[in-house]
Design a protein around this ligand. Sequence first.
Ligand SMILES: [Zn+2]
Ligand SMILES: [Zn+2]
Length: 236
Amino acid sequence: MSGVASVLSAAWERTLDLVFPRRCVGCGAFGAFLCPACLSATPRAQPPRCRACWNRYEGGDACFRCLQQRPAFEAARCPFVYAGAAREAVHALKYDGLSAVAATMAEAMAGVLSEWRPPVTALVPVPLAGRRRRSRGYNQSELLARELSRLSGLPVNGGLLMKRKATPSQALAADEAARHANVEGAFAVRPKAETAGALLLVDDVMTSGATLDACARALVAAGHGPVCALTFARED
Ligand SMILES: [Zn+2]
Ligand SMILES: [Zn+2]
């Protein structure tokens, strides 16, 4: 960002803070979208975990599920378990229209990214189907990827993946097989895409990993890879 732009954006942020003061999505305290107390009370997605899907697993490198069928992504990571204030933050971003919380969420993701250092050259947000994007006004994954790009310096490749059809909510699916069936063939790589690259998929929450797997599968089939994935939280 240029000097003038960053001064303007800081001034704009101060103005926004006056009109819409930041409140913690966890406890309602003024000052930040996630206050230090709520942040430290939110369970972090710490090891021991499967090196591939980051599911809780103590038995070694990869969990049984990944040994049985390796996901199309190499590895997934996230700062938080989908609980407490992390859950509130996702809800605020996704259902309450609080797009500004994305910057705070991306900061936690950037912390994981700088420790993890996956060999990637661009960020790819998980796309929404057109209808859902229009009704929400934005794609939450795109906002997270944009903020993460600002913090990490990695470019966002927002045009690479597209969603071909609307899919039912993964959170409401009966089981893992249903989640995979939901997203089967849902994602496609736009033709005439740039040269193949090592990519980092960005999403808000990982449920079973079926959505990230379907996205990675489409990217790998189009010649990209390796593909890794970073989310803000995951269901344990
Ligand atoms: Zn709080
Ligand atoms: Zn696994």
